[in-house]
Design a protein around this ligand. Structure first.
Ligand code: HEM
Length: 185
């Protein structure tokens, strides 16, 4: 994955657990890098090792770490670092959600080696949709849950996400049911 992912993970850890927390997680992960170049590619193993190490050091299930990282990604990394791309995808949640299937094609223009996830939108109503999620990577479904929750928090629209189909149980993709209040205050 591009270095921006590991960099964002480090930023999240330092934000909540300080430099000492990061040093412990980095050591446990066997990662000897401290600076990640946003636009360089790194092995996915580094990211997975960091997540696993954070789970061990902080004594929090990896799923919970991934949910938190998804929220951090949209609320900090994407909004602060790539605000233009985020704004172009839509102001209100329903519009943003419907644009998700095309979102990473814009990102690919800037980061050509991206191996992005793929999303579809089905069963669309004014307050919900189903989001099939395809990835060649394993175990990132909780990250998607966090991303959806973070998107809702960004626009102060409470979002309820539940996984309605699980890739590990035989299919080739996960599906999330995403619902929101159509008239947020
Ligand atoms: C401007 C904002 C964003 C940027 C720059 C961005 C960029 C990236 C990058 C660099 C990766 C790692 C993959 C690779 O390097 O090959 C990634 C993965 C991913 N992104 Fe985005 N992304 C953004 C916003 C979003 C949003 C809004 C969502 C969904 C709500 C999303 C969903 C994901 C998921 C689920 C992955 C994990 C990879 C996988 O499933 O295989 N991203 N993105």
């Amino acid at each position: 994955m591009y270095g921006m992912v590991n960099k964002a993970f480090k930023d999240m850890v330092v934000m909540h657990h300080g430099e000492s927390g990061w040093e412990q997680i980095k050591a446990k992960a066997g990662v000897d890098m401290d600076v990640f170049m946003s636009n360089e590619s790194y092995s996915d193993d580094i990211t997975y090792n960091l997540i696993g190490a954070a789970s061990e050091v902080l004594k929090v299930p990896a799923e919970q770490i991934l949910i938190g990282f998804g929220e951090h990604w949209v609320m900090h990394t994407a909004s602060e670092g790539y605000g233009g791309l985020m704004k172009a995808a839509g102001k209100a949640l329903p519009e943003f959600m419907r644009n998700l299937p095309n979102f990473h094609s814009r990102v690919t223009l800037v980061f050509p080696k991206l191996q992005p996830p793929h999303f579809r939108c089905t069963d669309i109503t004014d307050r919900s949709l189903n989001l099939p999620y395809y990835s060649h990577r394993r175990g990132l479904a909780p990250f998607v849950v966090g991303l959806m929750q973070g998107l809702g928090k960004n626009v102060k629209t409470p979002v309820v996400v539940r996984q309605v189909a699980v890739k590990d149980q035989g299919g080739d993709h996960d599906v999330f049911g995403v619902a929101w209040n159509p008239n947020p205050a």
